[in-house]
Design a protein around this ligand. Structure first.
Ligand code: FAQ
Length: 330
């Protein structure tokens, strides 16, 4: 079905005639919505694409703890602190499920972490923006988790079994995260003039970086055509971005906040909101490492990795000791 799709870069996705027997059999299986499991045969590029996407996703969950972790000690009430702490812990859990899913493809978590720290792997652009006020905790939950859900609900149907199953639990938790963010925004938007101003300011700063989370526009997306043919991705970047805008605009209206886009307008013909694209030059600069917080985020990950070396060494020594004792007992 997708065999005729042409990559936006101009490279054609392999036609059935160009595929080997194994590749044709694999494509038939994917087209029939049969999940691919770790021990099944798969094309090398399918494996590589999954390792890239799942690894990047796992790193995003872990690095994504930093902007919110920044506010745990400054949450306005004990209840808010407990909620935020639980949310940040959930993100650590998501990272773990995803690293485990990636490991079923033959990489180790250590490999993936080393690639991240040496700049050979990415994490989501959004986490390179700072969280300056408490209202940002609302905006992150509402918009960032909201965008993450929009992208991840379809991924529950992704063709790789371990990834799709990890997504089921992640999506349930992300929905709760989105609600808690919206609840913070409601409180701020219905509060004092100063609180409303903070809420609007958070929306102003987070809006375009949230739109960037879906990836470059379809014409610049390198991987979409092949990833969709393999059902690694279910929708294009632009489709999901549009869906996100359509769902978020009424939520902003309910809050009495204004989305910072003069071109935002409901289009009766298409049934969608027309909206301005984010600044794609800024997006590519952030990907190159030149966003406001790239250096801080990577330094924090590097420090955590170095500080945790003794734990990894201890666990390894313990595992080796147990293995040796088992051999001796046999
Ligand atoms: N940031 O050809 P495409 C979360 C890269 S989880 C950085 O369109 P693809 C939870 C892309 O890797 C958020 N890089 O790529 C949470 C590629 O470069 P490469 C993470 C980006 O893979 C909430 C190049 O641009 N979610 O937030 C981004 O087909 C709150 C060309 O792009 C996932 O990872 C970006 N935004 O589509 C945690 C979901 N966009 O690798 C804490 C799974 C693109 O060739 C607090 N991932 N790039 O060097 C996906 O669905 C896809 O990977 C896309 C990108 C849609 C992100």
């Amino acid at each position: 079905m997708y065999a005729q799709m042409v990559k936006s870069t101009g490279d054609a996705v392999k036609s059935r005639e160009e595929m080997s027997d194994d590749e044709r059999h694999f494509q038939d299986k994917v087209d029939a919505n049969i999940k691919v499991e770790p021990r099944d045969w798969m094309p090398d590029d399918y494996r590589k694409t999954l390792i890239r996407q799942i690894g990047q996703h796992a790193h995003s969950e872990i690095v994504g703890q930093l902007p919110e972790g920044n506010w745990i000690t400054r949450a306005p009430t004990l209840e808010r602190k407990a909620i935020l702490l639980a949310k940040v812990q959930d993100e650590a859990g998501h990272g773990l499920y995803l690293y485990c899913a990636a490991e079923t493809l033959g990489v180790t978590r250590d490999d993936l972490t080393e690639k991240l720290l040496s700049g050979r792997m990415k994490y989501s652009s959004i986490f390179n923006y700072p969280t300056l006020t408490w209202a940002d905790m609302g905006a992150v939950g509402w918009l960032v988790d909201g965008a993450a859900i929009m992208n991840q609900v379809p991924l529950q149907r992704t063709s790789y079994g371990p990834y799709s199953r990890a997504m089921v639990r992640i999506c349930k938790e992300e929905s709760f995260h989105q609600r808690q963010g919206y609840a913070i925004m409601m409180k701020m938007a219905q509060g004092s003039a100063a609180q409303r101003k903070m809420a609007q300011d958070a929306l102003n700063r987070m809006w375009y970086p949230s739109l960037m989370m879906f990836g470059p526009s379809d014409k610049d997306s390198v991987h979409s055509a092949q990833s969709m043919a393999w059902k690694i991705k279910i929708n294009t970047n632009d489709e999901l971005r549009q869906k996100f805008v359509n769902e978020t605009v009424p939520q902003a209206e309910y809050l009495g906040l204004t989305i910072p886009d003069e071109n935002l307008k409901f289009n009766e013909e298409t049934g969608n909101y027309d909206f301005s694209q984010p600044d794609w030059d800024e997006f590519f600069e952030v990907l190159k490492g030149n966003g406001p917080c790239n250096t801080d985020r990577l330094n924090a990950r590097r420090k955590a990795w170095d500080d945790g070396a003794w734990v990894r060494e201890g666990l390894l020594a313990h595992a080796e000791k147990r293995a040796a004792a088992k051999v001796a007992a046999e």
